[in-house]
Ligand binder design. Structure first.
Ligand code: AMP
Ligand code: ZN
Length: 466
C-alpha cells in the first residue's frame, strides 16, 4: 500500500488516485533566471523518483513541470543584457535539459512555460472576477483573500490577524490593495520598455501564482492527484494556488500535496553572498560524477533536511561505485546451472524491502538499505562460488527493475567533459605544488575510475581516455 505525507491533512495517507490506475501530477519547476542549484535538483530528482515509482507500481502517469520564464529577476537581467526575455531564458532552459539528462531525470511529459500561457491565465483571472474573488486597482488585478474562507488550510497559518506576506515575491505596496494580504494576479505595466502583454485585463504581465493554477488545470484538469514542490512553496505560493483554483472552480484542486525539505550546505541555507551556493555545474566541475550527485540527493528521505558537504558527496561517489562494481562483478561471474534457494530468498526479501521502503512515503533510506544488503550478501556468495545460473539471472533482473526507479546503473561510466577533466588536473597540479600528495593521488584515482589516464611529461600533464 502506497502512502504519502499530505501537507493538506498533515498526515501520512494511503494514496488513491482519482481515476483508478492513473496519476496526474504537477511539480513547481524552475525559474530560469540562472543555472539550477543543487537544492533545485534535490526537488527535481525526488519528483523524478516519485513519477518513476508510480510507473513502477503500474500507474499511467502524466507528469507536468512548469517553467517560470517571466519574473522580476529575469526581467532585470534581460534588460541589463539588452536582450528579450526569450533570448535570455533560452540559454538556461537548454542548460536545464542538459542537467536533467546528466542527472538521469526523465523529461516530464508536459513542460508548460508561463509566457506561452497568458490567455489561459487571463481567462482564469476573469473567472475569479466574476465570482467576486478578484478586483482591479490602478492597472493591476488582486485576489481578495477575504472572499475565500478556506485560505490558510494548507499552511495552517491562522489568518485571523492581519498577516502581511501573502503578497507577491516582490511586494507591490505602491498599489492600493483592499487588504495588505491580497496578492497580485495581474500586474499592470508601469513603463513602456518592460515586457508586457496586451490583454482584456489591460497591458501587463501575470503574477507568479496564477501561472501554476492556470497551467496545472489546463493539462491535468480542475482536480488532479498530486501537487509537489519544495517546502518553501507551501506559503504563500501553494496557498495562493488553492485560493485561485478552488475560488474559480468551486472544486477541490490538488488532492495530495507533497513538499520536499530543503537542502542546506554545511547546515545553512544556500546564498550567493555566503559563498555556499552551488549549481549542479559547479559540483560537476569539481569532478564529481552526475550519478553520485543523483544518489546523494535522493539518499535522505525527502521530509528530512539534507545537508550537503563535499565529504558526503565523496562518500556517495564511493557508494555508487561500489554498487556498480557489484553489478558488473555479478554479470561477469561464471555460474553452474540451478538455483541456490537461500540466495533466492535473499533476493525476494530485497525486492520486498525495497518496495516497502518506497511505499512508506518514499523512504529512500530503507529502499537503499535493501539494495546494500543484497550487494553485501551476493558479493559474499560470489566469493564462495554459491551463485547459480538462475540466481544470477534473477538478481540481474531485480537490479534492472530497481533501476527503473533509481536510475543509477549503467554499464559504462558516463563520459567526463573535457572541462571537468582539465579542472581536476589543475587541482591536482595545485595539490602537488602544496605537496599535498594524498589529494593529488586521490584525484588521479578519481580520474582513473572514470576512464581517464594521466601522463606527467616535461611539458606538463597529458591525459587520454581509455
Ligand atoms: P525556483 O527555481 O526557486 O522556482 O525553485 C524550483 C524548485 O526548487 C521549487 O520546487 C523549489 O521549492 C525548489 N527548491 C528551491 N530551493 C531549494 C532547496 N534549497 N532545496 C530543495 N528544493 C529547493
Ligand atoms: Zn508553482
Amino acid at each position: 500500500m502506497l502512502k504519502f505525507h499530505n501537507t493538506l491533512s498533515g498526515q501520512v495517507e494511503e494514496f488513491r488516485p482519482l481515476n483508478e490506475g492513473e496519476v496526474r501530477m504537477y511539480y513547481c519547476g524552475p525559474t530560469v533566471w540562472d543555472y539550477g542549484h543543487i537544492g533545485n535538483f534535490r526537488s527535481a530528482i525526488y519528483t523524478d523518483l516519485l513519477s518513476r515509482y508510480l510507473r513502477y507500481k503500474g500507474y499511467r502517469v502524466t507528469h507536468v513541470m512548469n517553467i517560470t520564464d517571466i519574473e522580476d529577476r529575469i526581467i532585470a537581467l534581460s534588460q541589463k543584457n539588452g536582450v528579450t526575455i526569450d533570448e535570455y531564458t533560452a540559454k538556461y532552459i537548454e542548460a536545464l535539459w542538459e542537467d536533467f539528462d546528466a542527472l538521469g531525470c526523465a523529461r516530464p511529459d508536459i513542460v508548460p512555460r508561463a509566457t506561452r500561457h497568458i490567455p489561459e491565465m487571463v481567462s482564469l483571472i476573469e473567472r475569479l472576477e466574476e465570482r467576486g474573488h478578484a478586483y482591479r486597482s490602478d492597472d493591476s488585478v488582486y485576489y481578495r483573500i477575504n472572499s475565500f474562507p478556506d485560505y490558510g488550510k494548507l499552511s495552517k497559518i491562522n489568518f485571523a490577524g492581519n498577516i502581511v506576506g501573502a503578497s507577491e515575491r516582490v511586494d507591490t505596496d505602491k498599489y492600493d490593495k483592499e487588504d495588505a494580504r491580497d496578492f497580485a494576479l495581474w500586474k499592470g505595466a508601469e513603463s513602456p520598455d518592460e515586457p508586457a502583454w496586451d490583454t482584456p485585463l489591460g497591458r501587463g504581465r501575470p503574477g507568479w501564482h496564477i501561472e501554476c493554477s492556470a497551467m496545472s488545470m489546463k493539462y491535468l484538469g480542475e482536480t488532479f492527484d498530486i501537487h509537489a514542490g519544495g517546502i518553501d512553496l507551501v506559503f504563500p505560493h501553494h496557498e495562493n494556488e488553492i485560493a485561485q483554483s478552488e475560488g474559480a472552480t468551486g472544486r477541490q484542486f490538488a488532492r495530495y500535496w507533497i513538499h520536499y525539505e530543503h537542502l542546506k550546505v554545511n547546515g545553512e541555507s544556500m546564498s550567493k553572498s555566503k559563498g555556499n551556493y552551488y549549481t549542479f555545474r559547479d559540483v560537476r566541475e569539481r569532478g564529481f560524477s552526475p550519478v553520485a550527485v543523483r544518489y546523494f540527493l535522493f539518499s535522505v528521505p525527502y521530509r528530512k533536511q539534507l545537508n550537503f558537504t563535499f565529504d558526503a558527496l565523496r562518500g556517495a561517489e564511493k557508494t555508487v561505485e561500489g554498487l556498480r562494481d557489484f553489478r558488473l562483478r555479478l554479470k561477469e561471474t561464471r555460474t553452474e546451472p540451478g538455483l541456490n534457494p537461500t540466495l533466492h530468498e535473499t533476493t525476494e526479501r530485497a525486492l520486498k524491502d525495497f518496495e516497502a521502503g518506497l511505499d512508506d512515503d518514499l523512504n529512500t533510506s530503507v529502499a537503499l538499505a535493501s539494495l546494500h544488503n543484497l550487494a553485501r550478501d551476493v558479493n559474499t556468495a560470489i566469493d564462495h562460488h554459491a551463485v547459480r545460473e538462475d540466481n544470477k539471472r534473477e538478481i540481474l533482473n531485480l537490479l534492472d527493475r530497481i533501476n527503473t526507479v533509481l536510475n543509477i546503473f549503467e554499464d559504462e561510466p558516463s563520459a567526463m567533459l573535457d572541462a571537468e577533466v582539465q579542472s581536476l588536473i589543475n587541482e591536482r597540479q595545485e595539490a602537488r605544488r602544496r605537496r599535498d600528495f594524498a589529494r593529488a593521488d586521490e584525484i588521479r584515482d578519481q580520474l582513473a575510475t572514470r576512464g581517464i589516464t594521466l601522463e606527467d611529461t616535461k611539458d606538463g600533464v597529458r591525459w587520454k581516455r581509455r
